[in-house]
Unconditional design. Structure first.
Length: 241
């Protein structure tokens, strides 16, 4: 009897110990799950999330490029006033909901294209600051930089400068050139009498250069960049005399 009683007590003790051990492990695992948000492998989830984010960014970039290219193509035949969001989406094979996820309107899309164009142009200009006091060679190089930028971005730039382009963008581009050219105008305006004449000369030269560039684009850039740059510099010199 005593032996049986002792055996029973021993078995109950072992059961209690096993039960407590199992419960302890379960509580520890539950605590870890709460801390990790229920994820079994946080590092793997983070890696997958990062890859998904990069893939999504690539899709967004491709979608925006498709929409921008579609608008530029449409503007080759008509102005932004006659273009609808539906036409842009159809040409880009993109849904309207996707379009409005990135842009408020087709005017917003055009403005972003224009802003990127001017920003890229300003970056190119800033990389070509003269080493000396605007020698003829340096002035020619500045115009070459400008013309090469336009040539490299012929599809969008030609459209933005065409009669279907927005006048506001063309003005921004022109006045960006005017502001840049003001830094160099002493090279051309030393012999001019007063500031008003100097200012008029600057505006005349820049607007003339823009008109010449538009003519160049309409004729499929028939004049080499280096030759056209030299021509612009030569014409500004003749105008000064």
């Amino acid at each position: 009897m005593n032996v049986l009683f002792r055996t029973l007590l021993c078995n109950l003790s072992c059961f209690d110990m096993n039960f407590l051990s199992i419960m302890g492990e379960a509580m520890a695992k539950n605590k870890e799950n709460v801390k990790s948000g229920g994820r079994k492998s946080p590092k793997l989830s983070t890696g997958l999330k990062g890859e998904a984010s990069r893939a999504n960014n690539r899709i967004i970039r491709r979608t925006k490029i498709a929409l921008q290219n579609s608008l530029i193509e449409l503007m080759k035949t008509k102005s932004i006033l006659r273009i609808s969001v539906k036409e842009i989406c159809d040409a880009a094979d993109v849904g309207r909901s996707t379009f409005y996820a990135h842009y408020d309107s087709h005017y917003d899309l055009l403005e972003q294209i224009e802003t990127e164009c001017i920003s890229s142009f300003e970056e190119k200009l800033s990389m070509n600051e003269p080493l000396r006091k605007y020698s003829t060679k340096e002035i020619t190089q500045i115009f070459e930089t400008m013309l090469q930028f336009i040539a490299d971005n012929n599809n969008s730039t030609q459209t933005l400068f065409s009669e279907n382009g927005e006048l506001s963008f063309q003005r921004k581009f022109i006045y960006r050139l005017i502001n840049y050219f003001k830094s160099a105008k002493k090279h051309y305006t030393d012999n001019l009498i007063d500031m008003e004449t100097s200012e008029c000369y600057t505006v005349f030269v820049v607007h003339g250069a823009i008109a010449l560039i538009q003519h160049w684009l309409k004729n499929n850039m028939h004049i080499p960049v280096s030759n056209l740059a030299k021509m612009i510099v030569s014409l500004t010199r003749e105008t000064r005399q």
